[in-house]
Design a protein around this ligand. Structure first.
Ligand code: TYD
Ligand code: MG
Length: 454
């Protein structure tokens, strides 16, 4: 019987049944290698006779103490961690190169060190002098953080075992080199092996390990998410280069709620907490203009108001442009189709530009109504009242669907001085609020009531 041999790409991890010079998945050359079976010893050929040791079983009711945590004292960071850093946990902080991961972690390292943890910061990308220069700029030189520039994982683990810190920061996992794996640093096999070693090390030694991971252009951590399932917590650091604000988002957290976000602002002196993000996003809003609508959104579990801008202009092209920044292009196409077929507002022959101001990326469908309002407002050249916020999901039939966390959205709008809210009908009875509420059942009613169009 022929032995089953499989091959996989050391860059992207794609598995194929035959060898080739170029990976069909990612297009890289000379990266296809034969997969080694887990073990080729005669004894371990089959698990059929399973002569392992019995493991101890327990029931679900056994009481476990909450793991010990340490607060950083930066509420935006502590919240995302689910209430502080958990002892012996493994974390991954992902984000685009240059977005500010090293800055964030150096600042966090300094905070934890000041709060009594022993912290070691290992930089595989920058020299110690470069990190020290950054620390000077951030005013952190007084903090008792231990620093090293190293990439050899064996040396790093040996050092950490001897030093026994409470927290070790590895910047970044893509620069680590495990000498028992036969491929270049940054390749999938190296990233996977290094992350695995560091995670098991964290658990066995009781040391919290934070790994930095650069995200590839496609949005996946290099080494197709191989690290994400190993660690306890995955945080993403997001933001637009040209904008000041940064979002730290928990996409996975074994010790707290996922989907929490923390908001920071990149300043000349490092990252500063933003306690009231809505005020930041709305700060440069001028007088009401056609095409501008304030959306009362929810990011993670926090209400966040932001401005949505649309511009509609006659198109010189046979295929009009649909240009979107900060929102999903396919969802825009859907809303344009609903506006056309359910409300009789055609956008054929018109270029449409849509922008979420401030560089925020919105993904919740609750923004549908605000997007539609911005589009119609731009098309009809009629501005919405300045003191109104808008939210609601649009279904293909043109009906408006209720959205989650209505109360939170309204409270935030009221806090920021808005006086009315236009939304889909909510199922729950709302507590009396200072806002004038205008609930609509469908998109056509909304357009008629707000713009008097059709
Ligand atoms: P960095 O933390 O090096 O990014 P990453 O580790 O994610 O690659 O951040 C680099 C950017 O941050 C760089 O463009 C300069 C900017 N920056 C500031 O604006 N203010 C500061 O105080 C610091 C330290 C960096
Ligand atoms: Mg960096």
């Amino acid at each position: 019987m022929a032995k089953d041999i499989s091959y996989s790409c050391t860059d992207c991890g794609a598995v194929t049944s035959k060898w080739s010079g170029r990976c069909e998945s990612c297009g890289a050359w000379n990266t296809i290698e034969e997969d080694q079976p887990l073990s080729s010893g005669p004894k371990s050929k089959s698990l059929g006779k399973h002569r392992g040791k019995p493991i101890e079983l327990t029931d679900l009711a056994t009481e476990q103490k909450d793991p010990p945590r340490t607060l950083a004292g930066v509420s935006e960071l502590d919240r995302v961690l689910g209430g502080g850093l958990v002892k012996a946990s493994a974390l991954l902080v992902g984000g685009d190169p240059g977005i500010g991961k090293s800055t964030l972690l150096l600042q966090a390292a300094a905070r934890f060190a000041r709060n009594g943890l022993k912290v070691v910061y290992i930089s595989g990308e920058e020299s110690s002098a470069q990190v020290q220069m950054r620390a000077r700029r951030l005013g952190l030189t007084e903090s008792p953080v231990q620093l090293a520039a190293a990439t050899n994982l064996r040396n790093i683990l040996t050092t950490l075992e001897a030093e026994k810190p409470d927290l070790a920061i590895i910047d970044s996992i893509q620069t680590m080199w495990a000498d028992n794996v036969d491929s270049a640093p940054g390749s999938v096999s190296q990233v996977r092996a290094s992350a695995h070693e560091l995670t098991t090390f964290a658990k066995s030694q009781g040391i919290s390990v934070v790994m930095v991971g650069h995200v590839t252009k496609e949005g996946a951590l290099a080494g197709p998410r191989v690290v994400e399932h190993m660690v306890d917590t995955v945080l993403y650091f997001e933001g637009e280069r040209g904008h000041q604000f940064r979002l730290l988002r928990a996409v996975k957290n074994r010790f707290g709620p996922a989907d929490e976000i923390g908001v920071f602002e990149m300043t000349g002196k490092g990252l500063a907490e933003v306690k009231n993000p809505s005020a930041l996003f709305l700060s440069d809003r001028g007088d009401p203009a056609p095409g501008s609508v304030v959306f009362a959104g929810i990011e993670g579990n926090r209400p966040m108001l932001c401005e949505i801008q649309a511009l509609v202009a006659p198109s010189p092209h046979s295929q009009p442009r649909r240009s979107v920044v900060g929102w999903d292009g396919a969802r825009l196409a859907m809303i344009l189709a609903v506006l056309e077929s359910r409300c009789g507002l055609a956008f054929a022959g018109l270029d449409v530009y849509l922008n979420v101001a401030g560089g925020l990326r919105i993904s919740e469908p609750g923004a549908d109504l605000a997007i539609a309002a911005a589009l119609v407002s731009a098309r009809e050249e009629s501005a919405l009242p300045k003191e109104a916020v808008v939210f609601g999901e649009i279904s293909l039939s043109g009906a408006l669907r209720p959205v989650a966390q209505t109360e939170n959205r309204l409270k935030e709008a009221e806090k920021l001085g808005f006086t009315s809210a236009i939304s889909s009908q909510s199922q729950k009875k709302r507590a009396a609020s200072g806002l004038e509420l205008r609930e609509m059942a469908d998109l056509a009613t909304f357009i008629k009531e707000v713009f008097g169009a059709q």
